[in-house]
Ligand binder design. Sequence first.
Ligand code: TRP
Length: 348
Amino acid sequence: MTDQAEKPPVGVYSGPSRVLSGVQPSGALHLGNYLGALVKFTRLQHEIDTFIFVADLHAITVWQDPAALAQQTREIAAAYIASGLDPDKATIFPQSAVREHAELSWIFNCVARLGWLDRMTQFKEKSGKHKERSSVGLYTYPVLQAADILVYKATHVPVGEDQKQHLELTRDIAGKFNHDFNAPGFFPIPDPLIQGPGARVMSLRDGSAKMSKSDPSDYSRINLTDTADDIAAKVKKARTDPEPLPETLEELAARAEADNLVGIFAALAGKAKAEVLADYAGKGFGTFKPALAELAVETLAPVGERMRGLLGDPAVLDAILAKGAEKAREAAAPTLAEVKKLVGFWGA
Ligand code: TRP
């Protein structure tokens, strides 16, 4: 055991700000992903250097059909671009195409402590009763996530509430690395960006459950690839109560399904929920749902169409991903070279 008291502090990072986030290619994307992630990424690219990747290394922590994985990766990339991410602004790439993620992840496996990983609730949920049969990768998943973030020295990470604990772990790893290798301020201590409109979109069938790709009812979610007719039908069938919309946010909060639909309306319209209530208080769902359906179709149907267009020309999409991977490697390689030096590897 080294004497931690003699070591330098974690230090303050003084490099440029950078955003990084990723989505796993393990299933179709829905409105929750769109509002909670894709729209945020698109907004951020105008303000700050932005890296957005497809987390295929994370996806294989559970079984993925090798015949389908590359296409699933293209689908996420298509969703990014269809939602407004601009490959000339943001760096868009597949995680597995940048080997520095995996390399840094190994070094971080030796920085993170077993006790830290033992606390991760997502592993407990995902492994369930079958911990012994889970992949080791599923256990060290958050360490790879820390490497994703820190290999680019990202300072801001837009994620859902469920990733907060993984961000805490990233912060702990960054701090311990800086401390142990006598490199104050080498890695930033990144901040999660969790708030914002549409942070939590709930199921259309149950206002207490998150909208999810694993819900057996397709009517519980709006998929990004749904047609205009599907979208309108799902909004109209969404579960509600018989009351008209209330005047205040407090009254709305007590009605989970109504709250969710107003939240979706607000996020799609780029308004606050209070503004939506100002327009619809006293009106019933017979009025509100058609308005919401129209807005949802207007916003989402073109996204689905653009996705289909991009997927219809995989050569163009693949060229975008290859160029993104090259840009990402250029950013990641210097960090890894410095890390190897700090760790003391031969030849570094
Ligand atoms: N674990 C994230 C999720 O399931 C995906 C992810 C992997 C990620 N690496 C990341 C998100 C790095 C942000 C930063 O949503």
